[in-house]
Design a protein around this ligand. Structure first.
Ligand SMILES: [Fe+2]
Ligand SMILES: [Fe+2]
Length: 308
């Protein structure tokens, strides 16, 4: 099915973000394994990342690699009833897997265990939580006819935060090879954003009940992507490293404004709340003191625009 075409410049977003209309048939044609041609992973042996940045890469590797677990849960929900959704999820999972593989090569170049060996350890650590999670998701899906509105909205928010996280990591690491790699990943994340955002709007607009349910579920259940499966200290490190100071503030504000513009979801302040929940007092204070920084925000947007 070809989805309806929207203007690539969404007047609801203004000059903050340009959206390309998502077309599933086009996505099926262009989806694929992340292109790593020309990425010199040995460069990391000569010019390693700083320990605090490598720690963020570990987090992102683990979360990208956890996508198949999310897929496992989603296939037990109403998402499975919609063949367009399952087609997208199939491609999405494939692309996210290769993001994880690429980050594994960064870790390996630093002499670290990565890929399946690291993933196996993570799944052992999660234990009964991932054993039982499909049951919870089935129950969640059965509890509301608006499950897809909730799912698509979570997806859009998580892809926005992932994209924002990568844009901040490449800024703070300032490593040419990492920048090249992350921009390629971000290009694919941009397509995920287009799908989830467009489909979320389709489910939300015109249904106050879907908006109310989604708003309630997000307030009750949303946490930054990865926070539910990674140790608390790692999430705190990620939040402090990526979302503190003026540049972190710019990304937090931008993501929250994007959520505000989804039908019925204004004023949630999710990223601001995440900072207060997971950040250290020092980083929270640095964001508070930063104020609004439109010039820096334009820099972040420029990085994302070039990547997509
Ligand atoms: Fe990804
Ligand atoms: Fe993604």
């Amino acid at each position: 099915m070809i989805r309806t075409t929207q203007s690539s410049s969404d007047p609801g977003i203004g000059d903050e973000e340009e959206h390309v209309a998502f077309d599933l048939d086009t996505y099926k044609r262009i989806t694929g394994r992340l292109d790593l041609a020309g990425i010199d992973f040995d460069d990391f042996r000569e010019r390693p990342l700083a320990p605090e940045h490598l720690r963020v890469v570990r987090f992102m590797h683990d979360v990208e690699m956890h996508t198949s677990c999310y897929l496992r849960n989603l296939l037990n929900t109403k998402a499975h009833h919609d063949p367009d959704v399952t087609t997208f999820l199939t491609m999405w999972n494939f692309e996210e897997y290769w993001h994880g593989e690429a980050l594994a090569r960064v870790l390996e170049a630093h002499g670290e265990v990565a890929g399946e060996a690291r993933v196996g350890t993570m799944r052992q650590r999660l234990g009964w939580r991932i054993t039982t999670s499909p049951i919870l998701w089935m129950g969640f899906s059965a509890s509301t006819k608006h499950f897809l509105a909730v799912h698509m909205t979570f997806g859009a928010i998580n892809e926005w935060t992932t994209q924002g996280g990568y844009s901040r990591l490449l800024q703070i690491a300032d490593h040419p090879t990492l920048t090249d790699l992350l921009k390629r990943i971000m290009k694919q994340e941009g397509r995920h954003i287009d799908y989830y955002r467009q489909t979320a709007i389709e489910h939300l607009e015109g249904s106050k009940a879907a908006q109310r349910t989604t708003r309630w579920m997000i307030k009750a259940l949303w946490s930054p992507v990865g926070a539910g499966v990674m140790p608390r200290d790692e999430t705190t490190h990620l939040v402090d490293a990526l979302f503190s100071g003026p540049d972190g503030r710019a990304v937090i504000d931008r993501i929250d404004r994007r959520v505000d513009r989804l039908p019925g979801l204004d004023g949630l302040g999710l990223m601001d709340g995440a900072l207060r929940t997971y950040g250290t007092p020092t980083s929270i204070d640095s964001v508070r003191r930063a104020g609004s920084t439109p010039a820096r925000e334009r820099d972040v947007l420029r990085v994302e625009a070039k990547a997509s």
